[in-house]
Each structure stands twice: as C-alpha cells, then as structure tokens.
Design a protein around this ligand. Sequence first.
Ligand SMILES: [Zn+2]
Length: 230
Amino acid sequence: MLLTDRVRSSGAILANTSRGMRRARFTIAHELGHFLMEWHEFSGKTGFTCSARNLRETREGRRELKQEAQANQFAIGLLAPFHMIDPLLSGDPDLRDGQRLRDSLDLSLEACVRRMIERRSEPLAAIWSKDGVVRYAIRNRGFPFVTLSARDRLPQTSQAFRAASNHKQGFTEFAEAHPMAWTNTSDLSLFEQTRLTANGHAVTLLWADAADDSDVDEDLLPELGAPSFR
Ligand SMILES: [Zn+2]
C-alpha cells in the first residue's frame, strides 16, 4: 500500500515480502506509480490499498481499474524495459524465456511471462493454474478469446491437464492442442507448453496460428507466377 496525502507532498510504501522479494519489487514500483501519477484518486482513506488482483490488472474500464492498469504499466516499464528484455527473447515463443527474464531482471515469473506476451508479436495467451484449476488467463491482441475463467478445470484433452495429473515438474515442449479446448474457435492451429512446479502451480503458454495463413501465400504464388509460363 501507499500512504500519502492528496497532493503527494510525501509518502510511504508498505510492501508484503512474505511471497518473496521479486513480488515486493513489483509492488513497490506499482505504488511508486500511484505516487507519481498525482491524478490517481485514493482507493482508501489514507492512500492506496492494492490487492494481488490489482497488481495484474490490465483492463481500462472503470476509473479504479484504469488506475491499477496504469500503475502496472508504470511498474513493468520501470523494471522490465523493452531494451532489457528483447535480447533475452528467443526466436520463437518459449516459457523458458520467462524464467530467463525472471533471473535476469529479479522479477516474478508471472510478471515476466505477462511482459513477454505483451512484447511478442505472435498471438499468445497464458493460463495460470493450481492443481489443475484455473487461476486466471491473459492474452495479447492477436489471440482469440480464452473461454476458461477462474475456478474452471484445465481441459482434459490438454497437455497441461496431463502434466498436472502426472505431477510432471519442469517444462514440457510445445504440443499441438485442440483449439476448442481453450478458445471459442476451431479455425486455427494451436500449440501449448506448460511449466509445472512441485507445489502444483503451473503456467501454460498458448500459441495460435491462423489456420490458413501459410496456405494463402503458397496458393497465391503459383497463380501470380502463372502468366510468365504462357
Ligand atoms: Zn494499485
């Protein structure tokens, strides 16, 4: 939380360190954002009280949500600027990049995976789960709607479900997934990769590819070239 006055003449940030310093660093940067954006209106009597959910807010609907999303944008921009993350990203999406970012930037894996998805141009989504039950999901602009929400079970046909059921710790490789298991459309190729920890926490990366993208190019080329053979 941030204790301050309305004109921000001074302030104090209180961060919970019980879930590790990496999370606390993000919290401090988030509260610093509320302090510096002096048009942000208090969420409590003496300043800002920010929940774990606030600290991953990306929606910009109501004023309170917008303020939280802005404080998060400030925090991730301060702690993980693009010029520091770009050299650490692989050619293709990979959850291992999130772990590399975590170790290099001293941030939580969750924050790093969210940043990676925001930065990459491929249509990506991530689903966080615990013991096979969804906690929350995010996606970037190119990715179709994720049909799962908090407290849903992971789809039984998914590699993520199998990894959670088998308590298979570590990273899986990307495997093809049934698009209808995760999204509201069947008209795409979908790949999934999961990282599972010993305590049952998992993150699943989904990578979508519009089904006819490459076909269109291959079909067009012979037609375009055809006149030259006449
Ligand atoms: Zn906040």
